[in-house]
Design a protein around this ligand. Structure first.
Ligand code: GLP
Length: 245
């Protein structure tokens, strides 16, 4: 794992955007798996800025939604759909033919997981998987548990996860999560995980302790050969690392 500590969230976002753009340079029709939440928001803004200068760079980019709050209308301001449509897809002019996405309100959630798994097996594997780190160590909605699930599945959301700012403002509370599984993530060509803010310092320390356990799903990233982990100084405060180890 290549670990870098940056001075600020702004620096972290600049480095993340530059890393994604470099990948895109190498593969124009790259499949980017996109997390939501506060951490990657600025990265997406910087990508949108780049699009305004060089729209051609993004003409074949494909995006896959990492996870979704189940039980919310697609247009709910708290949905991952609304987040990605507003911050990424509309900004980069990516239409539905280049976007793979769980519905937030499927009639049959199991069937929705099968649908996305099928689409991913056609379109995948993921080239670049952009992840945030949940306060409890989750990635996507792969929540801490006695065992983890390899494929797309319905997740039981923990109390911590249900307190996330995205849904704190939602009109309706989600009742479950829809998420890519651990194998879907670990099959990505490269994984970029962003960790920001002092609120993440304890979980960042545990994650970087290299103890691989389903109680901290992100720790499975230690089993992948091509992971870049960017932390800002606040998130790295409790870690015993200097970066680049
Ligand atoms: C939510 C999202 C994840 C995100 C995580 C961290 O659970 N579904 O995709 O990575 O939270 O969010 P934040 O970056 O806001 O801390």
């Amino acid at each position: 794992m290549e670990i870098t500590i940056l001075e600020s969230h702004e620096d972290l976002s600049r480095q993340a955007a530059a890393t994604i753009l470099r990948q895109l340079e190498a593969k124009k029709d790259m499949l980017l798996c996109a997390a939501t939440g506060d951490t990657p928001a600025r990265t997406y803004e910087l990508m949108a800025q780049e699009y305004r200068h060089r729209p051609d760079r993004f003409s074949d980019l494909r995006v896959l939604k990492l996870d979704e709050w189940g039980g919310l209308p697609m247009t709910d301001p708290g949905s991952c759909e609304n987040y990605l449509q507003t911050r990424l897809l509309s900004q980069l002019d990516i239409n539905d033919s280049r976007f793979l996405s769980f519905r937030s309100d499927p009639a049959d959630p199991q069937e929705e997981c099968r649908r996305i798994q099928g689409q991913l097996s056609q379109a995948g594997p993921i080239d670049c998987c952009l992840l945030g780190l949940g306060l409890n160590g989750h990635i996507g909605f792969n929540e801490p548990a006695p065992f983890l699930q390899p494929g797309c599945h319905i997740a039981r959301l923990s109390t911590t996860t249900l307190r996330h700012t995205m849904v704190a403002e939602a009109k309706r509370q989600p009742t479950y999560g829809l998420t890519l599984g651990m194998a879907d993530i670990l099959q990505a060509g490269m994984i970029l995980i962003l960790i920001s803010g002092s609120i993440k310092k304890d979980i960042a320390r545990k994650f970087l302790s290299k103890q691989v356990t389903p109680e901290l799903p992100a720790s499975f990233l230690w089993l992948h050969a091509n992971v870049i982990c960017l932390l800002d100084k606040e998130a790295a405060e409790a870690c015993d690392i200097q970066g680049n180890k």
